[in-house]
Design a protein around this ligand. Structure first.
Ligand code: ARG
Length: 463
């Protein structure tokens, strides 16, 4: 058991207590951030005349060597240390003796862990944003190819009106675009440095917090040392944004599962992204989409867990806050994994244009347009709605589509119908006459695609 704080104790820590208290099993994940923070701290201590040049150089060199040894596997981060901070400091002291003991001057593990977690989360935000951007690029590629691919749009999972695949993908484009905007907002609010907050009340050393903040790539230092050590809002915001990403991915997964079903056959998931059954040889299951949908709950769980952990904590640092890590790390890894896999599945998926088109034309998705035709010829909308309702009923009995009725048959319901009704209710007309901003008509979609390209060009990955 290697601890930093034995001085005022007369007894060894109980073994179970030690294990219960230790965080090394999970905070080892941010050894890089811990070392980077320490290097910035000693650079500042030297600048302020608190360490000599010689001491700073020695400590920095030894920290670099520790990093190198950990990365090469020469030095293992073992459970014999309480946390990652103790691990780094103990190794430094082993290598340097007294000079190593000066590293922690003017610092507490409270501001140290607050810094490490922020640095780690900052990188995670960037990586997540990168994956979201890739997903948007894939979506946009599909949109560009499918402005003519007619499919049914649904409400209540009932066929409603014809749209195109480009339009459907465009809806997801907007959702994931907002997810990126959320990340960018969070980044702007969280990119401030808590280092120098000390245990809770700053320190008596003349620390230059602006300088360490700058060295570590922050906009500046946090403004209140109590808040600096105990603020975890940025984690809650990030988890909340990840929950929304997962909710979007889960909805999309649900659609992919439906579209991939034997009944729909709108899409075929690539073999590389499907799995088989151990007993039923014919099966090709959409497990990836199901897992993404299933993992959503884990990410929601992490958010609720952290909100609950934080809700009763008096200022400033309390050990409860150590619970901010495990589930948060899991949520970060889960969301990134799901984004990467979903993008791969989507990019390799085949879209069955014929099945989509057939489904749209057999589902009375042109009924609204048929009613609009009557309206355009002077029939009040409510009457037109009734007439088309009767036509649909008759078509259902006969097992045909509206456009399969002869003009003579249509005229039995309303003598307003003329030969041009067939053109007015063709799938292409139904889609391409919808030209308002945001609608599926080809010209409207082409404008939306241009906007989307521009957005991607103008919004590189955060950082
Ligand atoms: N492992 C601790 C955490 O994650 C580090 C901070 C320890 N500070 C303390 N006062 N015990 O929060």
């Amino acid at each position: 058991m290697a601890q930093l704080w034995g001085g005022r104790f007369t007894k060894e820590t109980d073994k179970l207590v030690y294990r219960f208290n230790a965080s090394i099993s999970f905070d080892r994940k941010f050894y890089r951030q811990d070392i980077a923070g320490s290097k910035a701290h000693v650079a500042m201590l030297f600048q302020q005349g608190i360490l000599t040049r010689e001491e700073q150089a020695q400590i920095t060199e030894a920290l670099d060597a520790i990093l190198e040894d950990v990365e090469s596997g020469k030095l293992e981060i073992t459970d014999e240390y309480e946390d990652i901070h103790s691990f780094v400091e103990a190794n430094l002291i082993d290598r340097l003796g007294d000079a190593g003991k000066k590293l922690h001057t003017g610092r507490s593990r409270n501001d140290q862990v607050a810094l490490d977690m922020r640095l780690y989360t900052r990188d995670e935000i960037k990586e997540t944003d990168d994956l979201l951007k890739k997903l948007l690029e894939t979506l946009l590629d599909i949109m560009e190819k499918h402005t003519d691919t007619v499919m049914p749009g649904f409400t209540h999972l009932q066929k409603a009106q014809p749209i195109t695949l480009a339009h459907h993908m465009g809806a997801y484009f907007e959702m994931f675009k907002r997810d990126r905007q959320r990340l960018s907002d969070i980044y702007k609010r969280m990119n401030y440095c808590p280092l120098g907050s000390g245990a809770l009340a700053g320190t008596t050393y003349p620390l230059d917090r602006e300088y360490t903040a700058k060295l570590l790539g922050f906009y500046g230092p946090t403004q209140n040392s109590m808040d600096g050590v105990s603020d975890r809002d940025y984690l809650i915001e990030f988890l909340s944004a990840l929950c929304t990403v997962m909710m979007h991915l889960s909805r999309f997964s649900e659609e992919v599962i439906i579209w991939n079903s034997n009944e729909y056959q709108f899409v075929e998931i690539d073999d590389a992204y499907s799995t088989g059954s151990s007993i039923m040889p014919q099966k090709k299951n959409p497990d990836i989409a199901e897992l993404v949908r299933g993992k959503t709950g884990r990410v929601y769980g992490a958010l609720i867990s952290l909100l609950t952990t934080m809700k009763g904590i008096p200022l400033a640092y309390n050990k409860d806050m150590q619970e901010d890590k495990e589930l948060t790390f899991d949520a970060m890894d889960t969301a990134k994994g799901c984004l990467a896999l979903f993008e791969g599945m989507l990019a390799s998926m085949k879209f069955n244009r014929d099945a989509m088109r057939k489904s749209a034309s057999l589902g009375f998705t042109n009924a609204t347009d048929a009613a609009d035709y009557l309206v355009n010829h002077g029939v009040p909308f409510r009457d037109a709605h009734g007439v088309i309702g009767q036509i649909v009923l008759s078509c259902i009995e006969k097992g045909i589509a509206i456009e399969d009725m002869s003009l003579w048959e249509l005229k039995q319901f309303s003598d307003v119908f003329e030969e041009d009704i067939y053109n007015a209710i063709s799938m292409e007309t139904c889609v391409n006459k919808r030209l308002t901003i945001g609608a599926p008509g080809k010209e409207a979609m082409e404008r939306a695609i241009l906007e989307a390209r521009k957005y991607l060009q103008e919004n590189p990955v955060i950082g």
